[in-house]
Design a protein around this ligand. Structure first.
Ligand code: B16
Ligand code: MG
Length: 221
């Protein structure tokens, strides 16, 4: 991948911090309460997808119709459980290589953005003490459409004042990789090569990018 990169847009859950396990535990609790089977594979489908869309997926799996008010209650209960799991989150939960990789990008003059579907991003950034890493933050409360819609990344690029083709997205979800592609951006998948096959490059974690970095050079004016 040798195209010019002027900005890196990071996903949050699963890229900078391993919160996917907490989302899984909280959704499994919802599914169990509703007597709907829920597996790790189901959880993979929920990665990068908004809370309300995730609930729709769980309900569809159980063939469960539900009035809107009750859906709101389940979504809020899921979030309470998720926040309970997040209670002990701190700087030690940053994923390996995250800090060093962001530092190396900053040194190379690359602008740093956050493009997450989470509405809990503020709390998580605060707990990890990384709010000052970002030149622009776009979270789930700032967009109308969830990934795979490109809105979150396009909005972030706009705030960073970088054209989409100058942005590199770092994502752990298939929905997020599709969103990056839909935005016309390059994308590094973080995770399993077989699952994230639509990405331009797949690595197991940010630490791997430190060892063999994606190349950067000035974009043509
Ligand atoms: P919340 P990301 C996403 O974050 C998670 O991957 C996804 O599992 C979650 O449903 C979504 O945020 C909404 O999160 O309930 O905290 O608003 O991966 O886009 O950073
Ligand atoms: Mg993610």
């Amino acid at each position: 991948m040798d195209k010019a990169i002027n900005a890196a847009i990071f996903d949050l859950d699963g890229v900078l911090v391993d919160t996917a396990q907490y989302h899984y535990l909280a959704w499994r609790r919802v599914a169990e309460a509703l007597r709907i089977p829920f597996t790790q594979e189901d959880n993979e489908r929920l990665k990068g997808v908004s809370r309300s869309q995730s609930l729709e997926y769980v309900l569809q799996k159980g063939n469960e119709a539900m009035p809107a008010e009750e859906k709101r209650e389940w979504a809020s209960r899921k979030n309470e459980w998720y926040l309970e799991y997040l209670a002990g989150l701190n700087e030690t939960h940053l994923l390996p290589g995250a800090r060093a990789y962001v530092d190396s990008l900053k040194k190379a003059g690359v602008r740093i953005g956050l493009g997450t579907s989470s509405r809990n991003a503020g709390i998580i950034l605060e707990r990890l003490r990384i709010q000052d890493w970002f030149d622009a933050v776009v979270d789930g409360s700032m967009v109308a459409q969830t990934k795979p819609d490109p809105e979150v990344f396009l909005k972030c690029a706009q705030l960073l004042q970088v054209q989409p083709e100058g942005c590199l997205v770092l994502e752990d979800s298939t929905a997020g990789i599709q969103a990056a592609k839909n935005a016309g951006m390059k994308c590094v998948g973080i995770g399993d090569k077989l699952v994230l096959k639509e990405a331009d490059l797949v690595v197991s974690g940010l630490r791997e990018l430190l060892l063999s970095p994606v190349r950067y050079k000035e974009a043509a004016p």
